[in-house]
Design a protein around this ligand. Sequence first.
Ligand code: MG
Length: 107
Amino acid sequence: MELTIRKMQKYLNEKYKRTKPEEMKNTQRYFLKLIEEVGELAEVIRKEQRMKDDNIKGTIEEEISDVLYYVLMIANTYDIDLEECFRKKEELNYVRYGYTLKIDDIQ
Ligand SMILES: [Mg+2]
């Protein structure tokens, strides 16, 4: 089943509604966690620790997923639709940097 950014955001919203509803608007905590995970990502990139044999623990794949997790959580605290924002931001970049490829050119 395809996993989209929108589906990830809905999933995390539902997950926290069911498990930790009091944390759902805890933007500052999520921001600090994001910075923490960026640091962990820096370390595994420096050590070039890639996933092997489906074992994700301690790898770039794990830490970049953690970074994405907290980006999604922060977006959710502001009710931001990341797919919509990414599209709008790329439209700005298209004009600003003169790109020739638009997002809908990709199937
Ligand atoms: Mg981590």
